[in-house]
Design a protein around this ligand. Structure first.
Ligand code: ZN
Length: 178
């Protein structure tokens, strides 16, 4: 049987970055979790800086348009939107392109609140949203020493994608049937 060689790269890397300003009187959403704090992150949507950077990393990995292009801040549909919606759309595009997520790593930069006590919960939530094991979601938190960004939260995210092959899909089916 003649097979055509798959020209798509076996792996692809994606990178995303985002920042939002702290504002009083709104909930703090990070990684799909609401964290206890006296300020939240402002923005047109729910201001979830980590999910926005993650969404851009996934879109960037498949060279799709970025989050601001797909979900314009001037579009009233996205006012106060749950950022999990943006992430779900980017994941759908990754899968449609024939890729699966191998792992994600992220760094949050913010002066407060402390992320350590919530890190496991945030990693678990992100893993759930991406449908990957929690061991495949890295999260580090740093304080913005000397950066003068005390009233902002910044997120950097990298993601590695692996090409799905027909063979791997078949072997997964066999495992399920066994
Ligand atoms: Zn954002």
């Amino acid at each position: 049987m003649a097979t055509t060689k798959d020209q798509r790269p076996r792996t692809r890397i994606g990178y995303g970055w985002d920042s939002h300003e702290f504002k009083r009187g709104i909930p703090l959403k990070i990684g799909g979790m609401t964290l206890p704090h006296n300020k939240g992150l402002g923005g047109h949507s729910d201001g979830d800086v980590l999910l926005h950077a993650l969404t851009d990393a996934l879109l960037g990995a498949i060279a799709a348009p970025d989050i601001g292009t797909l979900f314009s801040p001037s579009d009233p549909r996205w006012k106060g939107a749950d950022s999990a919606v943006f992430l779900a759309e980017s994941l759908k595009r990754v899968r449609a392109a024939g890729y699966a997520i191998a792992n994600v790593d992220s760094t949050l930069i913010l002066s407060a609140p402390r992320i350590d006590p919530h890190a496991v919960d945030i990693r678990s939530k992100v893993a759930e949203l991406l449908d990957i094991p929690v061991e495949c979601v890295g999260l580090k938190a740093k304080t913005p020493e000397g950066m003068g960004t005390e009233n902002a939260a910044i997120a950097h995210v990298v993601v590695l994608l692996e090409r799905k092959t027909r063979a791997s899909a078949e072997s997964r089916r066999r495992v399920r049937q066994a």
